[in-house]
Design a protein around this ligand. Structure first.
Ligand SMILES: NC(=O)c1ccc[n+]([C@@H]2O[C@H](COP(=O)([O-])OP(=O)(O)OC[C@H]3O[C@@H](n4cnc5c(N)ncnc54)[C@H](OP(=O)(O)O)[C@@H]3O)[C@@H](O)[C@H]2O)c1
Length: 329
């Protein structure tokens, strides 16, 4: 597994990490034993980055990771958590006292004195543009509560605002074959600034696994049932904001150009991780088989087999998706 610098922290993280929203809630039931097996399988394949958040299962994802790592002190894993979604999304809630309380809770959940990396969890634009917020985050670094901080964002404009701040380590943004706008300005700006990009929702919530059909259903506690139109949070977080049936058409066209023996999720993850400016793609996994095949996709990053796929990604986006997606995020 390729390891890459995490901003200017001096740490390296794997080109394919692990998203652990699934190990908290909102994706149907994942038992604690299954969650631990997913973490174990990922680490065995060279994954050194876990992405989590204080709200995933109200701390369940963080706590499972904390227990897993406490039992394996020999591992050198970077845990990137997130904060800010335990309160109403009002700029006045993003103040030092709340930052302190949120990070203290994550430190307890993860069982550490210092958090490796804390990302603001898709806050309002006014927060991303507020210098006082970054002063408060710098103070947490100075106090040793956190080692580094970043910003998870919805839009490219928000990403560019965060990248412009001097001490931001990473920006997390949706980037996948259904979401190409970050290629225009965000990835180049991040590369110049030395800011890491984490590509989240890399499989468009599983649509880019190629395993769903028009007949597929999701359980009622799965956001792919209850957030298709943004009922609970930004609709872009579910299927990347792509209409489900249109997504199935796009998947069919991408599948047609896969190299022999390569699956759609593997090609997708390797394609994402190969883009200049991307530090890590962070797919979520609900099973050991998913975790293993996602980590193994790293072998395709530089093997030269994805030229036709790359061409198809751009063509399919331009023909089917650009008009719907580009103006929104
Ligand atoms: N606001 C934010 O900051 C934010 C928002 C969203 C996500 N995230 C982070 O980004 C991570 C990744 O995004 P995501 O989990 O939403 O979406 P994703 O990674 O695009 O999709 C995950 C889903 O894809 C399917 N899948 C994964 N690997 C597969 C494989 N090898 N073969 C077949 N299917 C596979 C699984 O679907 P099934 O469940 O159907 O098996 C899995 O639940 C999250 O876990 C979280 O850490 C952050």
């Amino acid at each position: 597994m390729q390891q890459r610098p995490l901003g200017r922290t001096g740490r390296d993280v794997s080109a394919i990490g692990l998203g652990t929203w699934q190990l908290g809630a909102d994706w149907g039931d994942v038992s604690e034993a299954d969650a631990e097996a997913v973490l174990e399988a990922s680490v065995a394949r060279g994954v050194t980055l876990f992405d989590t958040a204080d709200v995933y299962g109200d701390g369940r994802s963080e706590s499972i990771i904390g227990r897993f790592l406490a039992a394996r002190p020999e591992l050198d894993i970077t845990v990137a958590t997130k904060m800010g979604r335990r309160m109403e999304q009002e700029p006045e809630n993003y103040v030092p006292a709340n930052f302190r309380a949120w990070t203290d809770r994550s430190r307890r959940n993860l069982g550490v004195d210092t958090l490796d990396l804390v990302q603001l969890h898709c806050p309002p634009t006014a927060v991303i543009e507020d210098a006082a917020v970054y002063d408060a985050l710098d103070a947490l670094v100075d106090d040793g509560a956190i080692s580094a901080y970043g910003v998870s964002v919805e839009t490219c404009d928000q990403a560019l605002a965060a990248i412009a701040r001097p001490n931001v380590t990473n920006v997390q943004i949706i980037f996948n074959p259904f979401r190409l706008k970050p290629l225009d300005a965000v990835l180049p700006a991040a590369a110049v600034a030395g800011v890491s990009i984490f590509a989240r929702v890399p499989l468009a919530s599983g649509l880019l696994s190629g395993k769903y059909s028009a007949a597929t259903t999701f359980s009622s506690d799965d956001h792919r049932s209850y957030n298709r139109h943004g009922e609970a949070f930004d609709r872009g977080e579910t299927f990347s904001g792509v209409d489900y049936d249109l997504g199935l058409q796009a998947v069919q066209r991408l599948t047609a150009v896969l190299p022999e023996g390569v699956t759609l999720p593997a090609a997708t993850l390797a394609w994402i991780a190969a883009q200049t400016g991307v530090t890590s793609a962070i797919p979520g996994a609900r099973s050991v088989a998913q975790a293993e095949s996602n980590a193994d996709a790293a072998a395709l990053i530089a093997d030269g087999s994805l030229e036709a796929f790359d061409e198809a990604v751009h063509r399919v986006y331009d023909e089917l998706l650009r008009d719907e997606i580009h103006p929104h995020w």
